[in-house]
Design a protein around this ligand. Structure first.
Ligand code: FAD
Ligand code: MLT
Ligand code: ZN
Length: 466
């Protein structure tokens, strides 16, 4: 008998331990099927104490732990990587949702809750959790927090970090730290929860969270506009910010090519046409008067000559159809064959020149490749994904390095919202100033001295190449 697996079996019981290769297989490959790995077992603990016991056992046996939520991450963070024995620890069985507090505006949830399920639960008491992404039907709260997920409402509400009031985490030695305080203000010492938000499981395992909520929007207005160039798109962002103020809840940019891919791959029809770019604009409010404000803003947009065509959803059903076009972009891209993900952010004033340079360089380097560009324009975040087509595989890393070199030159970030995972770790090492790297690595060493938390991802640990 294997003492490690035997110990796990005693602590986790039959429902908590998967060792059959066929049953383990779905946990060992990512959503895009771009990464795959191996593991000694898949752990499915049902309680925080079980997580703690399993982590202690892994520490004793020198086994690395890969935390996994909904496995929708786009950077290979939840897939085992590199040498050394590892287990995948899935939070899926820890999915309890506490009673939402509509006046305190918060809810306590376990890490394995599906984002959409939490959103539905809080909607029942007239509140919302405005973290919105196309993967919300599968992504879990632990994964959303650990990646500091963004999505389409960041412009108004901020990233996942802005919704975390308290966390419970299990450290690399099995210690449980319970910070599940339902407090909006707490300056009593180090606000340690931020170490675990966005660090992709490299510091510990998130087991529960207290989340801040927002009032539900009673109405929303959604428009799809066509514009001829990026300059017009950015001018319109200013116009809608001025006219719609804090009600502006999404301002998404989609290239005409990306939209065509949705039509061709997913069979959805575009209701408007006639420009190089599309803008999906959403305003939402819990007060009356939104429709009139949006109509006036749209009139100003058309009168400015910046819009070549456009439509305003006349019903919630039409609004959903417009959003469906946006939500199918990633799916359509996945169906179009192998692609490279680039999740960059940069100052808006540098975006047009950046896009032109990338387009020109890509044509020179890889004529068979095509850009699939879309993003959260209101956040300065572009997904400049490259569909490779017949491009030789060995060019892939050169193309990504070219994009990242230009983004660093433009004063931007090589990952606005998806994180480093295993996909961007080398690029982070290549492009991040030493003082910044040393700080991250020093914190990692202090919290996880044996480098067992998510090895090969996000932050290099003990013994990993730096
Ligand atoms: P996983 O993929 O399971 O894990 C992601 C990372 O978090 C891994 O490093 C993993 O080890 C770690 N992790 C997971 N759970 C825990 C835990 N409990 N404790 C510690 N570490 C943990 N992302 C955006 O930011 N914005 C978008 O608009 C967006 N759109 C997407 C659209 C599609 C169609 C898809 C497939 C993905 C999209 N993503 C987006 C990426 C992804 O959905 C998010 O990053 C999401 O937050 C990941 O949640 P998950 O539960 O699937 O995490
Ligand atoms: C999105 O915004 O839909 C995802 O973050 C981007 C992607 O699939 O690259
Ligand atoms: Zn995105």
């Amino acid at each position: 008998m294997d003492p490690f697996l035997d110990g796990l079996s005693q602590h986790l019981g039959p429902a908590g331990l998967v060792t059959d290769p066929a049953d383990m297989a779905p946990y060992l490959v990512d959503w895009r099927k771009a990464f795959s790995g191996t593991a000694r077992a898949v752990l499915r603990p049902g309680t925080t104490d079980q997580v703690s016991a399993a982590v202690r056992l892994c520490e004793r046996h020198g086994v690395g732990i890969v935390p996994q939520g909904g496995n929708t991450g786009l950077a290979g963070g939840a897939t085992p990587a590199g040498p050394g024995p590892q287990v995948v620890l899935s939070l899926a069985r820890m999915a309890a949702i506490g009673k939402p507090d509509p006046i305190g505006m918060m809810v306590e949830v376990q890490a394995g809750c599906i984002l959409q399920t939490v959103k539905e639960a809080v909607a029942e008491v007239g509140r919302q959790l405005p973290i919105s992404l196309a993967a919300e039907g599968s992504a879990m709260i632990g994964g959303v927090i650990s990646t500091n997920a963004g999505g389409v409402n960041v412009l108004r509400y901020g990233m996942a970090r802005d919704f975390v009031l308290g966390l419970e985490v299990v450290l690399a030695d099995g210690t449980v730290v319970n910070g599940l305080k339902p407090l909006r203000k707490d300056n009593a010492g180090l606000d340690w929860k931020h170490l675990f938000i966005g660090s992709e499981g490299a510091f510990g395992i998130v087991t529960s969270a207290v989340l801040r909520l927002a009032p539900s929007s009673r109405s929303r207005q959604v428009a799809l506009l066509c514009v001829k160039d990026l300059e017009a798109a950015i001018s319109l962002l200013g116009l809608f910010q001025d006219r719609m103020g804090e009600t502006l809840s999404a301002f998404e940019l989609i290239s005409a090519d990306a939209m065509r891919l949705v039509e061709n791959q997913c069979g959805l029809a575009m209701p408007v046409s006639g420009g190089a770019w599309f803008l999906l604009v959403e305003a939402s409010s819990s007060l009356d008067g939104l429709a009139a404000a949006m109509e006036t803003a749209l009139e100003a947009a058309f009168n400015s000559g910046l819009v070549s065509d456009g439509t305003l959803a006349a019903s919630e059903q039409q609004a959903r159809s417009l959003w469906a076009l946006r939500e199918h972009l990633t799916e359509a891209e996945a169906r179009a064959g192998k692609s490279l993900k680039h999740d960059v952010s940069l100052p808006l004033r540098r975006m047009e020149a950046f896009l032109e340079r990338i387009g020109a360089r890509l044509d020179e380097m890889a004529p068979a490749a095509r850009l699939n560009t879309f993003g959260h324009l209101g956040d300065g975040n572009l997904h400049m994904n490259v569909i490779l087509g017949d491009t030789p595989a060995e060019l892939a890393s050169k193309i990504s390095a070219m994009v990242h070199d230009l983004i660093v030159e433009a004063g931007g970030s090589i990952s606005a919202e998806h994180g480093l995972g295993q996909y961007r770790l080398e690029e982070w090492q290549r492009l991040t100033p030493k003082a910044e790297r040393d700080l991250a690595i020093g914190i990692k060493k202090a919290i996880d001295p044996n480098g067992l938390m998510n090895p090969g991802k996000a932050i290099p640990g003990a013994g990993e190449r730096i």
